[in-house]
Design a protein around this ligand. Structure first.
Ligand SMILES: CC(C)(COP(=O)(O)OP(=O)(O)OC[C@H]1O[C@@H](n2cnc3c(N)ncnc32)[C@H](O)[C@@H]1OP(=O)(O)O)[C@@H](O)C(=O)NCCC(=O)NCCS
Length: 196
């Protein structure tokens, strides 16, 4: 089911205009709109992009793999793993679109007889970061987990990934221990947990 949202945070006009391309094209081709009005728009005007969250589909996989490659240097999920997750019943696999462009994805996993869900991965393409999209995906994941009667969410993050650690802490997750060598020798993970 698709959830249309509107948000715009810390985003440059360029990014917004790119994201909102279809909308801009419609505006610019409107014969009723005098040129003078278009030119008078202040340079710091924030255009609100249209953000859409929905279930991932097979057609999204190529773009999702590109995002994965761009966002992670180790433990990247491969096309066949994403394809498997699409078929897997015990997960939420959501994508985020901005102005018609796929900007990121999030996956959470569920276990039978467990009231704790696990965030498997969240990634936003670098072009679309710090616009609130990661937050939108995270809120959607939390809301879906609560809807499945989960009481908590857990995840692991690379210890050196300061941005992700700040991101989760900002959104109500608490650090819950270190897992030594989780990603390989001297590559520890931080465990996070949020009570829903
Ligand atoms: C982590 C990630 C998903 C955040 O996505 P995002 O869309 O840029 O995040 P948002 O714009 O929703 O930011 C939400 C909060 O996260 C924190 N945050 C996001 N980017 C940050 C940055 N570069 N530096 C510091 N804090 C940051 C802030 O607290 C921010 O809230 P604020 O803007 O009110 O201060 C994104 O950086 C990403 O995809 N990184 C690469 C993949 C990854 O590390 N995934 C997480 C591990 S699974």
């Amino acid at each position: 089911m698709s959830t249309p949202l509107v948000a715009g945070k810390n985003c440059t006009v360029n990014e917004m205009q790119q994201a909102n391309n279809a909308h801009s094209r419609r505006q610019n081709s409107d014969p009723e709109l005098p040129q003078a009005i278009e030119k008078k728009q202040p340079s710091n005007l924030k255009i609100q992009p249209r953000i859409e969250l929905r279930e991932a589909t097979k057609a999204d996989l190529k773009k999702i793999v590109e995002i994965e490659q761009e966002c992670f240097s180790i433990y990247r999920l491969a096309l066949r793993q994403f394809a498997h997750l699409l078929q897997y019943g015990k997960c939420d696999f959501i994508v985020c679109h901005v102005g018609g462009q796929l900007a990121g994805y999030a996956i959470s996993l569920y276990r039978k007889n467990s009231a704790e869900a696990r965030i498997y991965s969240i990634a936003i393409h670098s072009r679309f970061r710090q616009m609130g999209l990661g937050l939108s995906l995270l809120e959607e994941i939390c809301s879906r987990a609560a809807g499945r009667d989960c009481k908590s969410l857990r995840l692991e993050v690379d210890f050196s990934n300061e941005v992700a650690r700040t991101f989760y802490k900002k959104n109500g997750f608490l650090e819950n221990g270190i897992i030594k060598d989780y990603y390989g020798k001297d590559m520890d993970a931080v465990r996070f947990k949020k009570i829903l």
